[in-house]
Ligand binder design. Structure first.
Ligand code: ATP
Ligand code: MG
Length: 206
């Protein structure tokens, strides 16, 4: 008899990490689609403290990125936010975040939600094989785009990377920052409450 039939289904939680400078509809659509497709009870947005891979430009204050993220998720009862990475000293590594969450959500399955660009990037992260033992990855791709397999990863590890298709993929924080600086519109690319905050605090003006 198949043992797994006797096991209760594990509860699932999604983690959506990012710089969120600013958060936009691409992030929100990807998180909601992942939540729906994998039956996650909630998705925790985790703004990064000091992202190890982003060093070239000044990143907005953590408090501002937290506030924009709070505003962006407020209308979704399944979305919540954690300041764990922002509070942590030094660089933020996803493996540390996932392990910290596992201590809180004991026995749950953890799904780390990313864009497909970021999933390819994680292969350069510290301890990627350990990471794939700890959690699943959900990579948001454009409709019709296949992630393909990643050469140096064992098959078992590839099985922990799931892909979903999301329609809002052309939106990026970089483009939004450029638009603000150049006086072009950002309306409808991100929630109105985030847009208002950006203009009130005069973010991304230079
Ligand atoms: P930047 O342009 O500054 O790199 P970004 O728009 O990529 O910003 P991040 O905060 O770097 O936003 O991204 C956080 C996560 O969200 C990453 O996993 C990234 O791949 C994913 N992501 C970013 N934009 C989209 C999008 N439009 N659709 C789906 N996922 C996205
Ligand atoms: Mg990015």
């Amino acid at each position: 008899m198949n043992n797994s039939l006797n096991q209760p289904k594990k509860r699932r939680i999604g983690l959506m990490g990012g710089t969120f400078d600013p958060i936009h509809h691409g992030h929100l659509v990807a998180a909601e689609e992942a939540r729906y497709q994998f039956g996650m009870e909630k998705v925790i947005f985790i703004p990064a403290g000091k992202p190890p891979h982003k060093t070239r430009r000044d990143i907005s204050l953590p408090g501002h990125r937290l506030e924009m993220t709070k505003r962006a998720i407020s209308s979704n009862p399944h979305f919540t936010i954690s300041d764990l990475e922002i509070k942590r000293e030094g660089l933020s590594y996803t493996i540390d975040t996932v392990r910290a969450m596992k201590e809180v959500y004991v026995g749950w399955e953890i799904y780390f939600i990313t864009g497909s660009d970021a999933v390819l990037e994680i292969l350069t992260w510290k301890n990627v094989e350990g990471l794939l033992e700890e959690c699943f990855f959900v990579a948001a791709t454009r409709p019709g785009f296949q992630l393909g397999s990643v050469n140096h990863l064992p098959k078992g590890a590839m099985a922990k990377i799931k892909t979903i298709e999301v329609p809002a993929l052309a939106i990026s924080s970089t483009d939004i920052r450029h638009r603000v600086r150049e006086g072009r519109p950002i309306k409808y690319l991100l929630p109105e409450a985030v847009e208002k905050f950006i203009f009130r605090k005069k973010l991304y003006q230079q």
